[in-house]
Design a binder for this molecule. Sequence first.
Ligand SMILES: Cc1cc2nc3c(=O)[nH]c(=O)nc-3n(C[C@H](O)[C@H](O)[C@H](O)COP(=O)(O)OP(=O)(O)OC[C@H]3O[C@@H](n4cnc5c(N)ncnc54)[C@H](O)[C@@H]3O)c2cc1C
Length: 444
Amino acid sequence: MNLIQENSQENVLDLAGLGIGPFNLSLAALADGLPDYTVQFFDRKPSFSWHPGLMLPGAHMQTSYLKDLVTPVNPTSPWSFLSYLVQHGRFYQFLATEKTAISRKEFVDYMDWTARHLPSLQFNSEIREVSFADDCFILHSDRKTIRARNLCLGTGKAPHVPECTKKHMGKNCFHASELSARSPDLTGKKLAVVGGGQTGAEVFLNALQGHWGEVSDIQWISRRPNFEPLDETPFTNQFFTPGYVDSFYSISASKKPAIVNRQKLASDGITPAYLTELYRELYDRTYLSDSRQPVWGLLPDRTLEGLNQSVNGCYELILNNTLHDQQERIKADIVILCTGFENKLPQCMEPLLPALLLDESNRYQLTSNFKIQWQGPEDRKIYAVNAGLHSHGIAEPQLSLAAWRSARILNDLAREELFQINDSGSIINWQPASHKFPERSCLP
Ligand SMILES: Cc1cc2nc3c(=O)[nH]c(=O)nc-3n(C[C@H](O)[C@H](O)[C@H](O)COP(=O)(O)OP(=O)(O)OC[C@H]3O[C@@H](n4cnc5c(N)ncnc54)[C@H](O)[C@@H]3O)c2cc1C
């Protein structure tokens, strides 16, 4: 796609992207080289990064490297992970690692390499306000005004923190996404890690291994009934296919929350490899080591219900042991919240909010092609990525279908099949019997 001088009044972008996380980066990478459309993407960051606060040692991807920014819909794109390996002269060396899951560090390097080559990306560009006038969206940043016929919102999610911790947030009680920035010194401290997903596991193990200094005591608290694995088995992986997303989209909205909840471990569990590594570490420390430091505890089935702070700064966590219906109290000097992320409407969209169709939980109402339903002209579209867990299902916040979703958006924008997306078959019949399935070919 072409670039234009965004300050010129007569020039209006076909598409402006807000935010350059992996999802809008995928859109930019697929759009690169397509003629006839002018696109630009904006991010407040100085350069590409991906959850930098959580780039912990040993962190690995939960998705295949083939589910990169482009490959599932355009395997010949120059911006594939395989192309990155070839350009960096390490294709054969990479294959010899026999890795199925690569490190987050390597995937970030791949995305950063892509970002550095795409001319349609502008960093150091925070969009402060978006309005609509003269048949155009008007994006205001500190330095310029950008006009665009269509938008794609890719501003990500906001850290979720439990209500009872909100008034304590600061140096010694913080969300895990701030870990790198805070670089805490845990030497001799008591640590409470709250949250039983992948991030909780990574923070617990790194703290145990002294990554932030020799901690004296670590307690790992989880609402879940155990420290549970990510389900990566073949039938569960069907949830991360285009066919399943289309089927999920078509079911009644009232059924969707319960289904998404049931599928939690398909995306929010701890990778089995990481659980094994963690278990072995705890086994060695328990049975094969003379040192009993640090003291540690695994506390599943506990919900954090209250947090008090004494005058000396020490925290008291009030836990509800849901298995035994008992209250428990533990002490900590530092509390790290590995409590995930939540939807947040970007503040810059406030002027347009009255025209957007939102549901009772303030979530966008999305069409199957990821367009927000709104009261503006039909040929002026607002797409949103990572905003449709409630409508499109469990794959929405994951990388698995990012390239497919980008292709759907670009096809919709262009009103033609720029990308052939015919990978919608399924070996499970999700649709009712009355639904016509695409023909499958039989081997002779
Ligand atoms: C630690 C971690 C590991 C993960 N690992 C995996 C994995 O292995 N596999 C998988 O499938 N999924 C994974 N996920 C889930 C998902 O892939 C990520 O959350 C992903 O970052 C979502 O991408 P995004 O583009 O929606 O948002 P983000 O990555 O959050 O990017 C949003 C961008 O928007 C910018 N922005 C926001 N507002 C503005 C504004 N007003 N103006 C300009 N810029 C703005 C921000 O600066 C940011 O760069 C992981 C998530 C986390 C937290």
